[in-house]
Design a protein around this ligand. Sequence first.
Ligand code: NAD
Ligand code: UDP
Length: 321
Amino acid sequence: MKSMQGKRVVVLGGAGFVGSHLCERLLDDGAASVTAVDNLITGNEENLRTLKGRPGFSFVKADIVEGIPVQGPVDYVLNLASPASPIDYANLPLETLRVGSIGTENGLKLAEANKAVFLMASTSEVYGDPLVHPQREDYWGNVNPIGPRSVYDEAKRYAEAVTAAYGRKGVQVRIVRIFNTYGPRMRLNDGRVVPAFVGQALKGEDFTVFGDGSQTRSFCYVKDLVDGLVRLALSDEQHPVNIGNPREMTIRQFAEAVRAAAGGGGTIIEKPLPKDDPKQRQPDIGRARSILGWEPKVPLEDGLRETIAWFREVAVRRPSA
Ligand code: NAD
Ligand code: UDP
């Protein structure tokens, strides 16, 4: 069976939330070298603290839009570089468009030059505000091309297109459509619902539900996601694969789940719903199950317990984390 044993891996966006967990998993699996490339625009070197002492790990601070200063040989290029939270990409619209387009192509060129496998971290946002539910990979999506989320959605759709184009000219490519993922090392103030509600629960504040909270999401624990990413990278699958947890709930139900897991928090208060906020989201993971033998294992209650423990220990004492 294929494994990461002895492989040389470059992780673009490796100092981010998901990227840093992925780097750890690759080293745990015996990768010979793991090079995290990151300009720290939304990431944090603190995420690499435990990695920095490990043999085979290195960090290169660079903007992948300008080029990727990494020498070969390389076996895998895993591209997670992009602002990812709606607040981050609203604050960084052009950076988001550039990293998804020029940055992705620079990653593809690095893979092509080294005959490496290239994995693109795409997103459920390519489905936009989906009219098909749950979302299967053959659904083309419902995206507003000029709305506030378009800088992210269209950058990722372009990233898939350029990845598929390099795939047609012979580069080994993988495309993963990641659904809402949570866990330790999210930034407390990144605006996403998990750190927002966990921070509110721990501080005894009210839960800020956007709109009436009837919109749905499906939350996947980061350990499960990372396992899916590694399985996809090691597979021969050139077409997009959804990775996410199919357990769907409303945002109101999610606030109650956080309250129960944290043992605190105020009441639910409604705030304006952001424009183009998707009304429903749930992955169909039939392809991940059949092609990768993957499905999520960590129940929401367990994942939330781990996440809350981390925020309690680290983030609340270090609010800039
Ligand atoms: P994150 O912001 O924590 O990580 C992204 C990393 O990319 C950061 O460390 C950032 O500094 C880096 N980066 C951004 N632009 C860069 C550039 N030009 N050059 C070098 N580095 C750059 O976000 P995350 O949640 O860890 O997301 C990781 C990836 O997974 C992203 O591509 C995101 O779109 C995708 N994704 C995540 C989720 C989720 O729920 N976490 C869902 C769907 C897709
Ligand atoms: N959300 C919310 N309160 C918050 C932050 C987010 O109700 O403080 C909602 C948001 O409107 C969306 C859902 O939670 O419907 C998930 O938002 P997030 O930003 O985490 O991810 P995405 O919208 O990209 O799925």
